[in-house]
Design a protein around this ligand. Structure first.
Ligand SMILES: [Zn+2]
Length: 96
């Protein structure tokens, strides 16, 4: 598994004051490991899904892959999934 962690993190030590915490999905009754971070801006009515942030943040929510994929936003909001590294230039145009 590829981890975007800091190289200074202790590897192979069972006991560590700051042992790496595996964050889990914020959805109730979901214990899957977090794979994405949800953030949002009420004023902009926009929500963003990014690859999991290195550190937890009180204003962001960790989601597992399936819950991130299934996320829907309220009517009038935009959802920007920034996990995909596809430039907008190459997205299919909206059929009219
Ligand atoms: Zn989940």
């Amino acid at each position: 598994m590829l981890r975007a962690g800091r190289p200074s993190a202790s590897l192979g030590r069972a006991v560590d004051t700051f042992s790496p915490v595996t964050r889990s999905c914020a959805r109730p009754a979901c214990s899957q490991p977090a794979a994405a971070t949800l953030s949002y801006d009420y004023n902009a009515r926009t929500a963003w899904i990014d690859l999991l942030e290195d550190e937890a943040h009180p204003m962001r929510h960790d989601l597992c892959g399936p819950h991130a994929d299934q996320l829907s936003v309220p009517v009038g909001w935009d959802l920007d999934d920034r996990r995909v590294a596809v430039a907008p230039l190459f997205r299919e145009p909206i059929a009219s």
